[in-house]
Ligand binder design. Sequence first.
Ligand SMILES: [Zn+2]
Length: 321
Amino acid sequence: MSYRTPSRRGGTLVIVLASLVPLCFAGWLVWQSARGSADEGSDSPPALMPGPSGSDGSDGSEGPDGGKPGAPDKRGKSPQPDKGGKENGNRGQKGDPLEGMTVVLDPGHNPNNRKHPDKINRLVDIGTNKKACDTTGTETNSGYAEASFTLDLARRVRTDLEKQGASVKLTQDGDRSYGPCIDERAEIGNTAKADAVVSLHADGAAQGGHGFHVIVPASLRAGDADTTAISAPSRRLGTSLAAAFDKVEGARKSNYIDAEKGYVTRDDLGGLNLSKVPKVFLECGNMRDAGDAAQFTDPEWRGRAAYGIAQGITDFLTEGR
Ligand SMILES: [Zn+2]
């Protein structure tokens, strides 16, 4: 994945950049040490610090005013909106658009991880590397934990997808004392033979950074990791998810990650490297940004975000039908 780099504008800029490098590196070290050294999913590549004035790639957009996934797509073959909800609760019915489909949702981190540092710091093999079993995740400046956010969001997405007939499994549902480890998170999707897996996160980026981005697996083969078969469908899932999430009211694309196509590709995330089924990460935004945090802490916004996520997954799963 190529990221935006500053263009050369002569010697002065080079000197300025040279003087910024140690500052940025020191800032990155502080940031990393403050939030754990290997946060699966919420560690943006260190080279991608926010620009000085927030060189803004965001494009705030309007989206559906709530509701359920199912707006017809351009082919008119996507599920119809379920305005009133099903009489049988969240369970789908025969003929539902996602009948027979399995979706695994992976709420990033676990609110209890901080109580088990020895367990979550254990290194696990991700094929290309070894990484911590899990991390605590980040939080808003007012202390709303990423793990609480991702779990709430996953449950909302599950509700929406089940109404479309999907079978939905969460990697953890507030029922684990810690974790699961990132390798087990991947294994859960593999064992379920999921048609799609989405790992939900929110970033802990530097001040000034805001907005969402999707992360898709690089095509690689190393140790137990082999994503060669899933990189292309994962990219399609990522594209659908980014397009749908971009329509969520108040959502905006990241201004600190160059994701013009809607996604970035990474090879350092165990949850992606070890997946054998189409899988992406969604970083919903920056928990350290006041604007993003205001959305994350708003249950109504989380409902709209869940709609967008469920819609993106539905679009992917019904593609070509
Ligand atoms: Zn995270």
